[in-house]
Design a protein around this ligand. Structure first.
Ligand code: IVH
Length: 696
């Protein structure tokens, strides 16, 4: 492609990518699959790699860039970033209105109201100049905030250029938008799971996670966090903007700024109040954390006329939801040890009801948090419950102390094994480094069996296996005998046989699954797959230099170091030897040479993707497909010949539909395989009439 053609294509691609982001983040109705979207971005990246001077700052490929900063630069806001007055009851909502109605100018229209969620995230101020995002800042003290542009650029929902869609309105040359950055509840759960799997500290709640991610000095870390944006007001503009709040929201949305579904326009204050109370019941289903609603007068000229008092506009009031909080006594602190040896403090509380549930335990997060807030045993503490998140202590009420309170120190020794507890340099967490620590061992075992899909081995069984000394590392599982299992509570003949069978089957799981199950820090399923794609066996991986490990896609220097360190440890080497001796698969499948198939190959040249719940373990189906010459891949693409879908198939199913990949159920797959075996012809993608056509 010559440079002119490349430039045209790059511009077209950027426009398409922006449009699809708009469909996804703003309209919530994407028209392409994730794969198709990624393909557009990949194509743009390839062009930009070939012609670097064609890269523009607002290109969707330019979200992450730059090295870690030393600190944040202060910025003065173009207008004060005001705070809000609060109301907590119907009476207070009416009192707010009575107060301001006396001040309404005679010519002001009869007020109508807009009610929006009060997002529990971080306020941000986004500056656009000629449609380009030029600066993004935190609220700070309302007058001066911090420049966090590089971090805000990494958030896919933050437009780098407006309007995002080609048919959107043309904004004025300068437009400053205010909004809230937060993490959606579904993304928060996934983020914590990912951090836990990588052996890293998890976040106590979505707000902390959003704050911690947004105020990162290294934008590459921010880029990995699932941050989202909702925009709700125009702070400044040097051209005409809509006259009402409702129209401003619609205008911001048309420019490409995401908005929540839950926005109401109310004609009367009674309707406002009813809406506010009706939202209590809907609060758990919001999908994001909101600590209340903001009631705003719709007419923006009325805002100006009413002015502000004490940094709070008179024209709006925050209705706070009843607290999902309580104050109770911190009786004691319990320490527990996780799979990676991290020692975690949990608050044991005087039981207290919070929003209908009795809470007697709550997260204390980590020892830094305890020290920062100076939380002591015996303190009256604030405990909060939000959405699906486990309750957590937010802080103490020091004024209520009577002098009997005791400081909380990290334990000197591991509560499970008594080994010394250490805090490695530069880390927040305290660890027990005893590889034989029973608490760690139990957690490792349950993780191992979970990742390898070994059914019939729950938490209680794992605890007992460790207590009875039957298992000292995950490899010992494969050496268990029936006599061993019969020693466990609740295990009779049949249950023991079933578990032995499940363990035996797990020997055959792909080596990448085994690697993931071993739980090295930073090595979840995806990283394990990438490592074993690059190095064919655990032995090759163990022998690989750290620098080579770091060249594998998705493996950073820290994980490369952890992998190297793990394999260098004598204890882990012994574990691998035990696994080898008992016949656990340690190498990635070596593909059978195509020239010498061992039998009929009806699936030769076909690629399958398997998804959903099937009657047989996935590995077995994969082995069967491979024995008939087929290939099995992990993701649906244009190259997929068939998707084999069981019950509850999810995104792969949708993607196959979008790409027009034929979908088979298990019976259809078997039928084709078995027919083919009898020599009944060959089928390629789309060539099989029995396949469920995506739209039929
Ligand atoms: S309007 C002049 N609307 O709540 C505009 N604020 O003390 C005043 N907040 O940190 C703010 N959701 O950033 C407004 N829909 C919403 C909001 C909202 C969250 C935040 C705001 C501030 C706090 C109010």
């Amino acid at each position: 492609m010559d440079k002119d053609a490349a430039q045209l294509r790059a511009e077209k691609l950027r426009e398409e990518i922006r449009y699809h982001s708009y469909r996804y983040y703003v309209l919530d109705s994407p028209v392409v699959s994730d794969g198709q979207f990624d393909a557009l971005v990949d194509e743009l990246r390839a062009i930009e790699a070939e012609f670097p001077d064609l890269v523009t700052p607002d290109s969707p490929t330019q979200r992450v860039g730059g090295a870690p900063a030393e600190g944040f630069v202060k910025v003065t806001h173009p207008a004060p970033i005001l705070s809000l007055d609060k109301a907590t009851s119907r009476e207070e909502i009416f009192a707010w209105y009575t107060r301001i109605s006396k001040l309404l100018p005679a010519d002001a229209p009869t007020p109508t109201f807009v009610v929006e969620p009060k997002f529990d995230g971080l306020t941000v101020v986004l500056h656009y100049h000629n449609g380009q995002l030029v600066q993004g800042a935190t609220r700070g003290d309302g007058r001066v905030g911090e420049d966090i542009t590089v971090n805000l650029r990494t958030i896919p929902a933050v437009p780098l250029r407006i309007p995002v869609a080609p048919d959107g309105p043309q904004p004025p040359a300068t437009l400053v938008v205010r909004g809230e950055v937060l993490i959606l509840l579904k993304d928060f759960a996934a983020l914590n799971q990912k951090l836990a799997a990588a052996g890293e500290a998890t976040f106590a709640n979505p707000r902390n996670a959003a704050a911690g991610s947004l105020r990162q000095l290294d934008p590459r870390i921010t880029a990995q966090r699932p941050l989202h944006l909702f925009a709700y007001s125009i702070v400044a503009a040097d051209g005409p903007t809509p006259p009402t709040q409702r129209e401003s929201l619609a205008y911001l949305r048309a420019l490409g700024f995401p908005q929540p579904e839950e926005i109401a326009t109310c004609e009367t204050l009674e309707a406002v109040s009813d809406y506010c109370f009706g939202m209590h019941a809907r609060r758990p289903n919001l999908g994001y954390e909101a600590d209340g609603l903001v009631i705003k007068i719709n007419d923006l000229a009325t805002w100006t006329a009413l002015g502000a008092v004490g940094g709070r506009p008179r024209a709006a009031v925050a209705y706070k939801f009843p607290a999902q909080e309580a104050v109770t006594r911190l009786r004691d602190v319990e320490f527990s040890v996780g799979r990676t040896g991290v020692v975690t403090p949990t608050a044991l509380l005087e039981p207290t009801p919070i929003a209908g549930v009795t809470v007697s335990r709550a997260s204390l997060h980590n020892f830094d948090f305890i020290a920062e807030r100076d939380i002591r045993i015996g303190d009256q503490v604030n405990v909060k419950r939000a959405g699906d998140v486990i309750p957590y202590v937010t802080g103490p009420l020091p004024d209520l102390r009577d002098g009997t309170e005791r400081a909380i120190a990290p334990p000197q020794t591991c509560p499970a094994c008594g080994d010394p507890v250490v805090q490695p340099e530069g880390e927040i967490a305290y660890y027990c480094f005893n590889a034989a620590c029973p608490a760690q061992l139990t957690q490792k075992l349950t993780y191992f069996t979970h990742v390898l899909d070994i059914e019939g081995l729950g938490d209680r069984t794992a605890v007992q296996m460790v207590e009875l000394g039957l298992v000292k590392d995950p490899a010992d599982l494969y050496y268990l005998t029936k006599t061993d299992l019969l020693k466990l509570e609740g295990f009779a003949d049949k249950k023991a046989d079933n578990l032995l069978e499940a363990i035996a089957q797990a020997k055959e799981r792909p080596a990448a699954r085994l690697l993931a199950a071993l739980g090295l820090r930073g090595v979840g399923g995806v990283a394990a797959g990438a490592l074993l794609a690059a190095f064919p066996s655990l032995d090759d991986l163990a022998a690989a230099p750290e620098e080579s490990l770091a060249t594998v896609e998705g493996i950073g220097p820290i994980t490369a170091h952890n992998v190297k360190a793990w394999f260098s440890h004598g204890h882990n080497q012994a574990l691998i030897e035990k696994l080898r001796k008992i016949g656990v698969r340690l190498a990635a499948e070596v593909k059978a040479p195509a020239a010498e198939p061992s039998g009929p190959q009806p699936f030769a040249g076909l690629t399958f993707v398997i998804t959903g719940a099937l009657s047989q373990p996935r590995d077995e189906i994969q082995a069967w497909i491979e024995s008939l010459g087929g290939k099995v891949s992990g993701s649906v693409s244009q190259k997929t010949s068939y998707l084999v879908a069981g019950a509850d198939a999810g995104s792969k199913y949708t993607r196959a539909q979008a790409l027009g990949v034929p979908i088979l159920d298990e019976a259809q797959l078997k039928e084709i395989g078995n027919q083919g075996r009898e020599g009944e012809g060959e089928r390629g993608r789309g060539g099989d009439k029995k396949a469920t056509s995506p739209d039929s």
